[in-house]
Design a protein around this ligand. Structure first.
Ligand code: IMP
Length: 424
């Protein structure tokens, strides 16, 4: 099994890369997060955003598996499939998606907990996507949640109503606006009935059998390393483990079976939501890069915060994940700049560190900068390594030296085919 991970705060271009290299795999397996993800893929000239559906869905031979560690909102899932059914035959979608019966459900009240907590003065404001992800994971840990396999239980409707009613009453007492309870309940049951059309199964057995039969499996990460609940920049990460090791836990596959670990990084950084961002750009260059790079949340449409490449954090992410193959995206967005700043170390309380996690504990961090020559080149004309501009080659060599790992893939634009494999 190979694993693909984002190395920054998300939105590194994982969806496009998986869509492309995924063609060599038999199964793409999502292992964390839920409908908070937004994996953008260009298909037949249109930009499509996948939230819960794995990124192998556009390749007809690929099975798409949603693992135990993913939280599933049946209403959002049904809407996503209905949208995709405009471009992929509905039955084909249904036939090629499998869901773990142990993955947890996102109940309709969870979204309102996210909204309430985000706006209430007595809670910390996270900048969440308001998809009810953290309430689902926290109810899982409290052992008060329902799982996808429960939809077949005789008590499912009663159990759902009991939880919804309790949470709805609590939220009402707190003054949270919501649609009528009966409406939320009915929509949720409709979504759950829809799920019954798909294969709801023991995905860990399916996957292990497939690996035993020499099938190729790619585990697809959502969000990214610096949003990991344990190793990311707490207090503002997402609520799941996003790093490579989490793929084994979620999918029920032994670490012994892992081969390649692809890590995707942009040539600069972005972050949506709150939290530390040591290399954040605060002048008008941020607006220019945001516009040029289309840096608006694919899920929430919020403008992303923009910053320069952060090597101490990137080294940390490569270390945590054990990356074997580095993928560099969006270097084209920096084209036209006379020089490109890169942060090579952090100064924290007069100590210099060149490999570290950006955490809010270290709010006093000051980046140390190196300025590399910029490049100015029409990326649409690059489709092989020899056409890569000299300055970008030097930028890549600098990264490889610092990171001690080769850059194996260079994305040259948003479209499916705009990617070149770099050799020596
Ligand atoms: P939540 O996961 O929706 O609770 O959001 C928690 C934090 O993670 C917020 O800062 C979100 O903006 C961020 N986040 C969640 N999912 C993604 C993603 O797919 N890409 C980038 N940021 C994300």
């Amino acid at each position: 099994m190979d694993i693909l991970i984002g190395l920054q705060w998300g939105d590194e271009g994982k969806g496009k890369f998986i869509d492309l290299i995924g063609r060599d795999y038999d199964i793409i397996a999502r292992f964390n997060g839920g409908a908070n993800a937004g994996h953008s893929i260009y298909y037949q000239g249109n930009k499509i955003t996948l939230k819960l559906v794995p990124s192998g869905i556009f390749c007809p031979h690929i099975k798409n598996l949603i693992g135990t560690g993913v939280v599933i909102d049946p209403v959002a899932f049904k809407a996503e499939i209905e949208e995709l059914a405009h471009i992929i035959p509905r039955q084909d979608l249904i036939d090629r998606i499998l869901i773990s019966k142990k993955s947890h459900l996102v109940l309709p009240t969870y979204r309102y907990w996210d909204i309430y907590m985000e706006h209430s003065p007595v809670y910390r404001t996270i900048g969440t996507t308001k998809n009810g992800i953290a309430p689902s994971y926290s109810n899982k840990i409290l052992r008060q949640n329902l799982r996808v396999g429960d939809i077949y239980s005789d008590n499912f409707k009663d159990d759902t109503y009991k939880i919804l009613n309790r949470q709805y009453t609590e939220l009402q007492l707190l003054g949270q606006d919501m649609p009528a309870l009966e409406e939320l309940y009915a929509d949720f049951l409709k979504g759950c009935n829809f799920l019954k059309q798909l294969a709801i199964t023991d995905t860990e057995i399916f996957l292990n059998q497939a690996l035993h039969d020499s099938k190729k499996v790619l585990a697809e990460g959502a969000q990214a390393t610096l949003l990991d609940i344990d190793h990311g920049s707490y207090s503002y990460p997402t609520s799941s483990n996003t790093i490579a090791a989490a793929a084994c836990v979620s999918l029920g596959v032994s670490p012994k079976l892992v081969n390649k670990i692809y890590g995707v990084t942009k040539a600069y950084c972005t972050r949506v939501g709150h939290g530390i961002f040591p290399t954040e750009i605060t002048d008008q260059i941020a607006d220019e890069l945001r516009e040029k790079g289309g840096e608006f949340g694919s899920n929430t449409k919020r403008p992303r915060r923009v910053g320069w490449l952060d090597l101490p954090a990137l080294k940390y992410a490569i270390m945590l994940n054990g990356v074997t193959d580095l993928v560099l995206t969006k270097a084209d967005i920096l084209s036209g700049m006379s020089e490109v700043p890169v942060c090579t170390a952090y100064e924290i309380n007069s100590e210099t560190r060149d490999l570290t996690a950006p955490t809010s504990v270290d709010d006093s961090v000051r980046p140390v900068w190196k300025f590399l020559d910029g490049w100015d080149f029409p990326f649409s004309k690059i489709n092989q390594q020899s056409q890569v501009p000299k300055e970008l080659k030097l930028f890549i060599s600098f990264l490889e030296e610092e990171l001690k790992i080769p850059v194996k893939y260079l994305s040259t634009g948003p479209q499916r085919e705009e990617l070149i494999i770099l050799g020596n």
